[in-house]
Structure formats: C-alpha cells, structure tokens
Design a protein around this ligand. Structure first.
Ligand SMILES: *[C@@H]1O[C@H](CO)[C@@H](O)[C@H](O)[C@H]1NC(C)=O
Ligand SMILES: *[C@@H]1O[C@H](CO)[C@@H](O)[C@H](O)[C@H]1NC(C)=O
Length: 291
C-alpha cells in the first residue's frame, strides 16, 4: 500500500501552477519570447551554440525542471536568436531510462507552451531499421510507434487538465505535413537531399539496445528507425496544440542478422553524430528561418 501510494508514475505529477511557475520564472530571466522550441538529441546540442543574444540557464537552477545525466547531453536551456528568430533550445533532454517518470520527461514541453511556443522541433539519434538507410542519413519523422505507451507508460495518463488540452488527443496528424514539406525543400536547398529519408520512428524504453529478435520485430511493425526518446514529448506537444517537426539522425544500423559481428556502441553513436551535426544544424537553422 505504502509503495502504491507513493508511486507517482500512473497519475499526473504536476499541477498547472507548477508548469506556470516555471514558465513565469523563465520569462523573468530572459527578454526572448520564443515561438519555436528545439529539443536537441544525443550529441546534437551544438545547435544551441548557433544562437545569438543568448540566455543560458542550467536545468538545476530552473524551478521544477528535471536534470539530464547522460554523456553527450549538456543539461541547459538556451534562449536566443537563430537567424533573427527567437528560439529556446533544450541542450540535453531527459530520458525515461534515467529513472524519471514519463510526466517528468515531458515537463519542459508544457512549459514551452506556456512561454508562447507554437512549434516544437525534436531531434534524436536513432538506430536504422530500414535496409535502405545508411549511417549518417537524416530521417524526417512521418509517424511514430509509442511502444512504452502500449505498455502503459504515456504522459497523458492520469488527470487531464483542460487548460492544456482535451482528454483524447488525435495523433494521426502528429508530425505536421507542411513542416515536413518545408524540411524536404530545405534539405534540397541545403544540399542534404541525398541523405534525407522519411519514415516511422519507434520508441523503446531502453537503455539497453535491441536484441536481434527485437530489431526484426520492429521492422515487421513498420518502423524505419528506433530510439529511446522523442515520442513522449511529441504526444504532450500535440495535446497542447504545438506543431511538431521531428528529425532522426541515423547513427548506427540495428543488427537484425545472427551472423553479423556488429555491436551497438554509444561511443560509436556519438562519433557518427558529430560528423553529421553540421548538416543537421544547417538544416534546422534554415528551417527555423522559414517557419
Ligand atoms: C524503407 O525506406 C524506403 C525509402 O523511404 C521505403 O520506400 C521502404 O518502403 C522502406 N522499407 C520498409 C520495409 O518499410
Ligand atoms: C566502442 O567504440 C569505440 C570507438 O569506436 C571503441 O574504442 C570501443 O572499444 C567500443 N566499445 C565496445 C564495448 O565495443
């Protein structure tokens, strides 16, 4: 009984007032009034370095904000201008596998909404499941599979606060078609067209990488890439009416062959990410200027 009553994973942990307190605190720290928020995935935090007129706030100094513990994630919120557009970047995201409940993982998204953000750009490092993908490809997320959601780990579980959104949210339009078209156009103009893919991202809880049987299962489910993030944030963003654009950087190919000697390796993942970081940054920067 004790354990059940202190467990917070099955109901909403945060009140509207807490999100609001964080948002008001942030608005008092910066003159920026961003309309676009960018969540930077593993090794992709360099995006935030491109901002000018920056206000940088460490997560641990922000009221109620979760802190990130993964190598490759800096753990700070950066406000600033990207090509003249006011943005806020999460340099480092929080993951479910770090032990945070799913409401904590998505906490920043509702705060962004209260800041006045209208568009969320999410980036992640992912494993490629689609045979035709190469390491270093950038995959525009067309749709997702919320595997932790199937297992009951979804951020909209629990009390629904109508001030954020409706009880039952539509997800068939989660990844904005107009923004995807814009991204395709941008990729062409930025010379990234040759390695731009469009596909389905599947979230698994992690932190262990997939077994061969799991990799094969995900392929059968129709997933083109797999990772350990993004989906909870997108679900919450859609619930509160933000438009979403998602980009996966394919940093490794998921092993789906018993004869393969390939092994998943986080150091390897960060290395690949580094080499395509500039392309992805260029793409996002250009996109933001067009939104
Ligand atoms: C892999 O990606 C290609 C290119 O986007 C697509 O045409 C194909 O249907 C995908 N393969 C599978 C098995 O989904
Ligand atoms: C992971 O990759 C790095 C760099 O490519 C290599 O030095 C290291 O030995 C690998 N780790 C394992 C456990 O295979």
């Amino acid at each position: 009984m004790e354990a059940a009553s202190s467990s917070t994973s099955s109901r909403c942990r945060y009140s509207y007032e807490e999100y609001k307190e964080t948002a008001d605190w942030l608005l008092a720290q910066t003159k920026q009034r961003p309309k676009v928020a960018i969540i930077c995935g593993s090794g992709l935090g360099g995006l935030a370095d491109l901002l000018v007129d920056k206000t940088v706030l460490k997560y641990e100094t922000i009221p109620h904000f979760p802190t990130s513990t993964v190598p490759g994630h800096a753990g700070q919120l950066v406000f600033g201008k990207l090509d003249g557009r006011e943005c806020v970047c999460m340099q480092g995201r929080v993951h479910f596998y770090e032990g945070y409940d799913i409401h904590t993982v998505t906490y920043p998204v509702r705060v962004f909404s209260l800041l006045g953000v209208k568009t969320l750009i999410v980036t992640n490092a992912a494993g490629g499941l689609n045979d035709s993908y190469n390491v270093g490809d950038i995959m525009l997320i067309k749709d997702h599979i919320n595997l932790p959601g199937f297992a009951g780990q979804t951020p909209l579980c629990g009390h629904n606060d109508e001030r954020f959104g409706e009880r039952f949210s539509c997800m068939s339009d989660a990844y904005d078609r107009e923004l995807r078209d814009l991204a395709k156009q941008a990729a062409k103009e930025q010379g990234c067209g040759g390695f731009l893919q469009e596909g389905v991202y599947c979230m698994v809880a992690g932190p262990s990488y997939e077994t061969i049987a799991e990799g094969r299962l995900l392929q059968k489910l129709g997933a083109d890439s797999v990772g350990m993030s993004t989906v909870p944030e997108v679900v919450v963003a859609r619930h509160c009416g933000l438009r979403v654009l998602g980009l996966s950087l394919v940093t490794n190919k998921v092993v789906v062959d018993y004869d393969s000697v390939q092994k998943a390796n986080h150091t390897e993942v960060l290395k690949t990410t580094k080499s395509r970081t500039e392309d992805l940054q260029r793409l996002v920067r250009y996109l933001v200027s067009k939104i």
